[in-house]
Design a protein around this ligand. Structure first.
Ligand code: PRP
Ligand code: MN
Ligand code: MG
Length: 184
Protein backbone atom coordinates (compact mmCIF):
# COMPACT_ATOMS: atom_id res chain seq x y z
CA UNK A 1 0.00 0.00 0.00
CA UNK A 2 1.12 3.60 -0.75
CA UNK A 3 3.97 2.47 -2.99
CA UNK A 4 7.36 3.68 -1.76
CA UNK A 5 5.94 6.50 0.38
CA UNK A 6 6.85 4.74 3.63
CA UNK A 7 10.61 4.86 4.16
CA UNK A 8 10.67 2.53 7.17
CA UNK A 9 8.43 0.90 9.75
CA UNK A 10 9.13 2.61 13.07
CA UNK A 11 6.61 0.74 15.25
CA UNK A 12 4.97 -2.49 14.11
CA UNK A 13 1.36 -3.47 14.55
CA UNK A 14 2.41 -6.01 17.18
CA UNK A 15 4.48 -3.46 19.12
CA UNK A 16 1.52 -1.07 19.13
CA UNK A 17 -0.68 -3.88 20.39
CA UNK A 18 1.64 -4.84 23.23
CA UNK A 19 2.05 -1.22 24.28
CA UNK A 20 -1.71 -0.70 24.35
CA UNK A 21 -2.06 -3.73 26.60
CA UNK A 22 0.55 -2.24 29.01
CA UNK A 23 -1.07 1.19 29.00
CA UNK A 24 -4.53 -0.34 29.45
CA UNK A 25 -3.31 -2.25 32.50
CA UNK A 26 -1.94 0.95 34.08
CA UNK A 27 -5.07 2.96 33.30
CA UNK A 28 -7.36 0.17 34.56
CA UNK A 29 -5.35 -0.02 37.82
CA UNK A 30 -5.46 3.77 38.28
CA UNK A 31 -9.18 4.17 37.64
CA UNK A 32 -11.09 1.52 39.56
CA UNK A 33 -14.63 0.90 38.43
CA UNK A 34 -16.92 3.28 40.28
CA UNK A 35 -20.23 2.10 38.97
CA UNK A 36 -23.33 4.05 38.17
CA UNK A 37 -22.64 7.21 36.17
CA UNK A 38 -19.09 7.72 37.35
CA UNK A 39 -17.33 5.90 34.52
CA UNK A 40 -14.02 7.25 33.29
CA UNK A 41 -14.51 9.59 30.32
CA UNK A 42 -12.06 9.15 27.47
CA UNK A 43 -11.73 12.30 25.36
CA UNK A 44 -10.27 11.44 21.97
CA UNK A 45 -8.80 14.22 19.87
CA UNK A 46 -9.99 13.88 16.27
CA UNK A 47 -8.88 12.66 13.93
CA UNK A 48 -5.44 11.38 14.80
CA UNK A 49 -6.41 9.63 18.04
CA UNK A 50 -9.23 7.54 16.57
CA UNK A 51 -7.37 4.24 16.13
CA UNK A 52 -5.60 4.50 19.49
CA UNK A 53 -8.78 5.52 21.30
CA UNK A 54 -10.84 2.61 20.00
CA UNK A 55 -8.10 0.04 20.63
CA UNK A 56 -7.33 1.41 24.09
CA UNK A 57 -11.00 1.44 25.08
CA UNK A 58 -11.33 -2.22 24.11
CA UNK A 59 -8.18 -3.19 26.03
CA UNK A 60 -9.27 -1.59 29.31
CA UNK A 61 -10.82 -3.72 32.02
CA UNK A 62 -12.91 -0.85 33.38
CA UNK A 63 -15.96 0.69 31.72
CA UNK A 64 -15.42 4.00 29.93
CA UNK A 65 -17.53 6.54 28.12
CA UNK A 66 -16.21 7.92 24.86
CA UNK A 67 -16.23 11.58 23.89
CA UNK A 68 -14.48 13.30 21.03
CA UNK A 69 -13.20 16.78 20.35
CA UNK A 70 -11.94 18.18 17.10
CA UNK A 71 -9.64 21.17 17.23
CA UNK A 72 -7.65 23.07 14.68
CA UNK A 73 -4.64 25.32 15.07
CA UNK A 74 -4.84 28.75 13.52
CA UNK A 75 -1.98 29.82 11.32
CA UNK A 76 0.28 27.99 8.93
CA UNK A 77 0.13 24.23 8.46
CA UNK A 78 3.83 23.78 9.19
CA UNK A 79 4.18 25.58 12.53
CA UNK A 80 1.49 25.55 15.17
CA UNK A 81 0.81 28.93 16.71
CA UNK A 82 -0.74 27.62 19.91
CA UNK A 83 -4.01 29.32 19.10
CA UNK A 84 -6.67 26.67 18.81
CA UNK A 85 -10.23 26.69 17.55
CA UNK A 86 -12.88 24.10 18.50
CA UNK A 87 -14.37 22.40 15.43
CA UNK A 88 -16.35 19.87 17.45
CA UNK A 89 -16.91 20.13 21.18
CA UNK A 90 -17.75 17.42 23.71
CA UNK A 91 -21.36 16.26 23.65
CA UNK A 92 -21.57 16.20 27.42
CA UNK A 93 -20.58 18.16 30.48
CA UNK A 94 -17.52 16.70 32.22
CA UNK A 95 -17.85 18.62 35.50
CA UNK A 96 -17.10 16.26 38.37
CA UNK A 97 -16.03 13.47 36.00
CA UNK A 98 -12.71 11.68 35.72
CA UNK A 99 -11.36 12.64 32.30
CA UNK A 100 -8.52 11.10 30.34
CA UNK A 101 -7.46 12.87 27.15
CA UNK A 102 -6.36 10.38 24.49
CA UNK A 103 -3.90 11.65 21.87
CA UNK A 104 -1.95 9.94 19.10
CA UNK A 105 1.09 12.21 19.31
CA UNK A 106 2.50 15.15 21.21
CA UNK A 107 4.73 17.11 18.91
CA UNK A 108 5.20 20.73 20.04
CA UNK A 109 2.70 20.20 22.86
CA UNK A 110 0.74 23.28 21.86
CA UNK A 111 -2.52 21.47 21.06
CA UNK A 112 -2.48 19.59 24.34
CA UNK A 113 -1.47 22.55 26.44
CA UNK A 114 -4.46 24.48 25.11
CA UNK A 115 -6.76 21.48 25.52
CA UNK A 116 -5.70 20.92 29.14
CA UNK A 117 -6.52 24.53 30.01
CA UNK A 118 -9.82 24.33 28.18
CA UNK A 119 -10.96 21.08 29.83
CA UNK A 120 -9.65 22.08 33.26
CA UNK A 121 -11.94 25.13 33.15
CA UNK A 122 -14.92 22.72 32.99
CA UNK A 123 -14.03 21.46 36.50
CA UNK A 124 -13.52 17.72 35.99
CA UNK A 125 -12.87 15.58 39.09
CA UNK A 126 -9.49 14.75 37.53
CA UNK A 127 -7.76 15.37 34.21
CA UNK A 128 -4.88 13.32 32.79
CA UNK A 129 -3.36 12.59 29.40
CA UNK A 130 -2.58 9.35 27.60
CA UNK A 131 -0.58 9.64 24.38
CA UNK A 132 0.70 6.87 22.16
CA UNK A 133 3.67 8.86 20.88
CA UNK A 134 5.76 11.75 22.11
CA UNK A 135 8.58 13.57 20.37
CA UNK A 136 10.85 14.77 23.17
CA UNK A 137 13.00 16.84 20.81
CA UNK A 138 10.06 18.84 19.57
CA UNK A 139 8.52 19.92 22.85
CA UNK A 140 8.09 23.69 23.02
CA UNK A 141 5.66 23.61 25.94
CA UNK A 142 6.04 21.24 28.87
CA UNK A 143 2.76 19.42 29.42
CA UNK A 144 2.17 16.95 32.25
CA UNK A 145 1.46 13.57 30.62
CA UNK A 146 0.61 10.61 32.80
CA UNK A 147 0.76 7.83 30.18
CA UNK A 148 3.20 7.75 27.25
CA UNK A 149 3.46 4.82 24.86
CA UNK A 150 6.62 5.51 22.88
CA UNK A 151 9.17 8.32 22.81
CA UNK A 152 10.11 8.72 19.17
CA UNK A 153 12.76 10.68 17.30
CA UNK A 154 11.89 13.94 15.58
CA UNK A 155 10.95 12.43 12.23
CA UNK A 156 7.81 12.75 10.14
CA UNK A 157 5.69 9.74 11.10
CA UNK A 158 2.38 8.50 9.68
CA UNK A 159 -0.01 5.61 10.11
CA UNK A 160 -2.30 4.30 12.85
CA UNK A 161 -4.27 7.56 12.77
CA UNK A 162 -1.41 9.90 11.94
CA UNK A 163 -1.67 11.62 8.59
CA UNK A 164 0.22 13.65 6.07
CA UNK A 165 -2.29 15.78 4.13
CA UNK A 166 -5.06 13.44 5.37
CA UNK A 167 -3.43 10.31 3.89
CA UNK A 168 -1.85 7.25 5.57
CA UNK A 169 -4.11 7.25 8.66
CA UNK A 170 -5.34 3.79 7.69
CA UNK A 171 -1.94 2.06 7.92
CA UNK A 172 -1.96 -0.46 10.80
CA UNK A 173 1.62 0.43 11.82
CA UNK A 174 3.63 3.63 12.32
CA UNK A 175 6.16 4.43 9.66
CA UNK A 176 8.44 7.25 8.63
CA UNK A 177 7.44 9.13 5.52
CA UNK A 178 9.88 9.21 2.62
CA UNK A 179 11.20 12.78 2.29
CA UNK A 180 10.21 12.88 -1.41
CA UNK A 181 6.58 12.80 -0.29
CA UNK A 182 6.62 15.95 1.83
CA UNK A 183 9.36 17.88 0.04
CA UNK A 184 7.61 18.02 -3.32
C1 PRP B 1 -1.78 16.37 15.20
C2 PRP B 1 -1.75 15.26 16.23
C3 PRP B 1 -1.91 15.99 17.53
C4 PRP B 1 -1.21 17.33 17.26
C5 PRP B 1 0.15 17.32 17.88
O1 PRP B 1 -3.12 16.68 14.93
O2 PRP B 1 -2.79 14.34 16.00
O3 PRP B 1 -3.28 16.20 17.81
O4 PRP B 1 -1.10 17.45 15.83
O5 PRP B 1 0.84 18.49 17.54
P1 PRP B 1 1.36 19.57 18.60
O6 PRP B 1 1.86 18.84 19.81
O7 PRP B 1 2.48 20.27 17.86
O8 PRP B 1 0.24 20.50 18.90
P2 PRP B 1 -3.54 17.55 13.67
O9 PRP B 1 -3.70 18.98 14.08
O10 PRP B 1 -2.62 17.28 12.53
O11 PRP B 1 -5.00 17.02 13.33
P3 PRP B 1 -5.41 15.50 13.05
O12 PRP B 1 -5.39 14.78 14.35
O13 PRP B 1 -6.79 15.59 12.49
O14 PRP B 1 -4.42 14.95 12.06
MN1 MN C 1 -4.61 15.37 16.20
MG1 MG D 1 -2.71 15.79 11.26
Amino acid sequence: MYGDDIASVLITEQQINEKIRELAKQVSDDYPERGDRDDLVLVGVLKGAVMFMTDLARALSVPVQMEFMAVSSYGSATSSSGVVRILKDLDRDVAGRHVLIVEDIIDSGLTLSWLLKNLQSRNPASLEVCTLLRKPDAVKVEVPVRYVGFEIPNEFVVGYGLDFAERYRDLPYIGTLAPEVYST
